[in-house]
Write a protein that binds this ligand. Structure first.
Ligand code: CTP
Length: 403
């Protein structure tokens, strides 16, 4: 997502400054060219050498350095960049930026920036709640600056409250989003992900090997491109960005209820969840005890959520299903596409190395309603998600008579 992007990171003086080492390292790993500017207070918490080593670029601390041959430093750093991010953003830098004060390198960058600006505040809860700071944040938002809200939790000063620097993943998500064209803005996308869990008794359940990675990649991919995303997720270990409306469910029946509640007003529905086809007929309210050598568990069919969505599909709605197969992939995929009234079906052979459950890559074939079959090569699930979204949007735009 960040390949070739130029990001200037302004670090100011709060204890969370130590976390910028991880942030800069992640941005560089994601392909960005990162340049760092630090205030003198920031250097009390983390050294320029650390950031220089991680960014692979010189770190700037002085507004008027000797020997800068590349032009005027603060103009170059502020304007020869795709994004300026201030992390951690102290009450002081927010106050300076909101009031046009430029008395060191980082505050001067803010005055000179022509690119989008992202502030990541971190401070004591009382400072964060101070009406002067809130007024300054409001003012900067009005001028078009973006903010990643601090999270709630234990603070360095020993208190607990809102003021912790947002999680690294959340900051990176916001950076990616600001650098991604918002071609899905205005669309409502509903995604399902993960397995379902069908309880047998208070300690046991039936489930499958789905990790949820494909569905989460689709939800995040759509949100990055500006869609309003609802993610209905079975039990997984994954986190989704705050911008996504998450609904956690356990069973197929709970998933059906959540999906049907949101389906009517969704423009695009992608059912990546591996829904259990059957669940126990009865759920014991006590632990089932070991008795005979053999035992059978009577199962009953769960609702076919995608099938139901296919029957209710509205004119301008696009419905995408998945099929995880171990054999006869083409035949099963074609039949699911038709039977469930889908626009696209994403099929994968889960027996192939690098495809299917619990891995970071996938190898899919895309089945179109007109009979076209499009094989994609092995790629990261995030990339597969973008490919699927590109095609779903193409179908949606064609249906709406748009280009
Ligand atoms: N699906 C669903 N509800 C179910 C079963 C499946 O919504 N009860 C959806 C899945 O989310 C997926 C698609 O239907 O998008 C295909 O799921 P899959 O398990 O491959 O197919 P089934 O229709 O269940 O058929 P089979 O298990 O016999 O292959």
């Amino acid at each position: 997502m960040l390949t070739g992007k130029k990001i200037t990171v302004g670090i100011t003086g709060g204890i969370a400054a130590y976390k910028t080492a991880d942030l800069v390292s992640s941005l560089v790993k994601a392909g960005a060219n990162v340049r760092v500017a630090m205030t003198s207070a920031a250097q009390k918490f983390i050294t320029p050498l650390t950031l220089e080593t991680l960014s692979g670029n010189p770190v700037h601390t002085d507004l008027f350095p000797n020997g800068f041959a590349g032009g005027v430093l603060h103009i170059d750093l502020a304007q020869n960049t795709d994004l300026l991010i201030i992390v951690p953003a102290t009450a002081n830098i927010i106050g300076k930026a909101a009031n046009g004060i430029a008395d060191d390198l980082v505050s001067t960058l803010l005055m000179a920036a022509t690119c989008p600006v992202l502030f990541c505040p971190a401070m004591n809860v009382a400072m964060y709640n101070n009406p002067i700071l809130q007024l300054n944040i409001g003012k900067l938002k009005e001028y078009g600056c973006h903010f990643v809200e601090p999270s709630i939790g234990p603070l360095a000063c020993g208190t607990t409250g809102k003021g912790r620097l947002a999680e690294l993943a959340e900051i990176v998500y916001n950076i990616e989003q600001m650098l991604t064209p918002q071609d899905l803005a205005g669309l409502r996308v509903l995604v399902t992900a993960g397995p379902t869990r069908e309880p047998l008794d208070p300690v046991r359940y039936l489930t499958n090997r789905s990790s949820g990675k494909m569905g989460y990649a689709l939800a995040k991919g759509a949100a990055l491109r500006g869609a309003q995303v609802t993610l209905v997720s079975g039990p997984t270990n994954l986190n989704a960005p705050n911008a996504i409306d998450k609904i956690r469910v356990e069973t197929a029946v709970e998933m059906r209820d959540a999906v049907l509640k949101h389906s009517d007003h969704s423009d695009l529905i992608i059912k990546a969840a591996a829904v259990a086809d059957y669940g126990p007929m009865e759920i014991s309210d006590h632990k089932i005890k070991k008795q005979a050598d053999n035992m059978s568990i009577p199962l009953q069919k769960n609702p076919d959520i995608l099938g139901e969505l296919g029957t209710r599909k509205k004119d301008q709605q696009v419905l995408v299903g998945f099929a995880a197969e171990t054999h006869n992939l083409e035949r099963y995929a074609q039949s699911k596409l038709e039977k469930k009234n889908l626009d696209l079906l994403i099929a994968n052979d889960v027996t192939l190395p690098g495809a299917g459950f619990d891995c970071n890559t996938n190898i899919v074939r895309i089945f179109w309603a007109d009979g076209t079959i499009e094989p994609l090569s092995k790629m990261a699930k995030e990339q597969v998600a973008q490919e699927i979204l590109d095609r779903a949007i193409k179908v949606l735009r064609a249906r709406r008579g748009e280009n």
